[in-house]
Design a protein around this ligand. Sequence first.
Ligand SMILES: NC(=O)C1=CN([C@@H]2O[C@H](COP(=O)(O)OP(=O)(O)OC[C@H]3O[C@@H](n4cnc5c(N)ncnc54)[C@H](O)[C@@H]3O)[C@@H](O)[C@H]2O)C=CC1
Ligand SMILES: CC(=O)C(=O)O
Ligand SMILES: [Mg+2]
Length: 597
Amino acid sequence: MWKVPRFAAAGSRRFSTAIHGPCKVHKRGTDILHDPWFNKDTGFPLTERDRLGLRGLLPPRVISFKHQYDRFMDSYRSLEKNTKDQSDKVVSLSKWRILNRLHDRNEILYYSVLINNIKEFAPVIYTPTVGLVCQNYSGLFRRPRGMYFSAKDKGEMMSMIYNWPAQEVDMIVLTDGSRILGLGDLGVQGIGIPIGKLDMYVAAAGFNPQRILPVMLDVGTNNQELLDDPLYLGVRQPRLEGEEYLSIVDEFMEAVYSRWPKAIVQFEDFQMKWAFETLKRYRQRFCMFNDDIQGTAGVALAGLLGTVRAQGRPLSDFLKQKIVVVGAGSAGLGVLNMAVQAVSVMSGSAPKNQFFLIDKDGLVTTERSNLDPAAVPFAKNPRDLEGLTEGASIIEVVKMVKPHVLLGLSGVGGVFNAEVLKAMRKSVSTKPAIFAMSNPTMNAECTAIEAFSHAGENIVFASGSPFENVDLGNGKVGHVNQANNMYLFPGIGLGTLLSGARHITDGMLQEAAQCLASYMTDEDTQKGILYPSIDCIRNVTAEVGAAVLRAAVAEGQAEGHGDVGVKELENMSQEDTVEYVRGNMWYPEYSPLVHEK
Ligand SMILES: NC(=O)C1=CN([C@@H]2O[C@H](COP(=O)(O)OP(=O)(O)OC[C@H]3O[C@@H](n4cnc5c(N)ncnc54)[C@H](O)[C@@H]3O)[C@@H](O)[C@H]2O)C=CC1
Ligand SMILES: CC(=O)C(=O)O
Ligand SMILES: [Mg+2]
């Protein structure tokens, strides 16, 4: 059953004094300075410079880590000051570039500034700026990051995978670039998304950046503009389809698991047909999940349960909520699948006329010709619809249903227009909820200001990309939530890794969603605050990771990790498990480097 426990927020460690064990490095001299995993810039102590053949290759003064950190932040602040009159696009890309240059030079310093300023930097390395970066990636490209497997590499992947320099990989984020955020097919340029997601894995879950791998599966693109662009860096051919496509993904998955049998693969931003097909094809064979289908679903469900609490109602009222989902793609259908599972768990039966699904052709009913099989369970029987017919528009549905929640995962900016939002004033809920979850910002179904000004001040609002809170006048503030799968995927990954599970089950994902749903207090939810601040994302991830791990143990999926066996996992209390997960998070600190041939 869905419970409502509460957890104390924990602060992040800023500059830890913990002594790290030495780190082996198989290089010397300039090779170390050019390797962002090991480079400390001017921070190398003199003894280390002697040991590693660095003496004379750096200016003589040794700069402390804190000094390096402050120096970077000062440069960042100057850049902000110097670009303040420029367009949003120029400012965003300048911020991304300065962070990216640090990422390419010194990862410890990069992750330190990222973790300590996550609220400010997440919108730069993740949504929305990552969308702009992907759109311009071929021009922005300077240094490679991650791996690229293309349609031209068929038959070679089993050996190519050994080109990756790390002996161990824990987490892979894989895309084929076919549906990047709400921006469509960006081909090879979509690599920015795995990179941004994995930055969130490091920042939120403390994955070791030496054990993560962003991957682009370049099977061509159907984006003619990119095919015509002389700078385009991907394979210049239309996307592979059917068996040809699947054989490339199969070969990649076999190659990954032959080298790293315990790695976890997150599928990200695949167009809907391949998102569902690959999930079905691999989830029983490999330790993988689809973030857009499963991660998004858990975050949305947590938000939907939060809206029930925001109305001051018991969670069992979820069964009475009318919810209109706009967007019948991988994300929208993922949300509905999980919402239906939650209803079944709560009531023991299927939902009754509670959920309404709308796609680009309007309300989805059983009368639809060519109904997508994945949408069939949510297609309305016209007999159950009073006054609505197949293909009814959003405004017609909202006026007729007067839903508690209007949730957008359509990828279409502005589709919740003034008329639709005004119609939400007639919602049967005391606190109507509007979730404009599409990314990046320009693809959000509405802005926060539009939602509060048209739908009224008593709404609950959430968006996929961040918006500022809205000043409602008279000292009142309209709270903006960020309903983004970043609240779950890091914990799903970390909990799975530490459990040693070979598969990611529905039970593990449901526990992740429930944990997030119960994270906020009643007091917060009644103020319209459904999700925690991103500032405490490591704490959220520790709780979510522990919930996933415990579910894996309870279901007999866990096999243990490292020196910690299943028996020890079984004997951990809930608090012990949270501490165990937290204790396994990597923190960016310089370790002494020891040369080994
Ligand atoms: N906030 C979050 O955590 C997440 C947000 N998303 C966002 O959700 C959006 C959709 O993602 P997917 O489902 O994977 O895409 P998709 O391409 O699989 O599905 C899009 C759906 O929207 C429908 N649609 C298009 N135009 C419409 C219109 N004018 N009115 C109503 N429906 C319309 C399409 O028919 C389709 O069913 C993207 O913008 C993505 O960034 C996706 C995953 C997570
Ligand atoms: C957040 C995310 O995964 C998306 O917009 O696709
Ligand atoms: Mg995604």
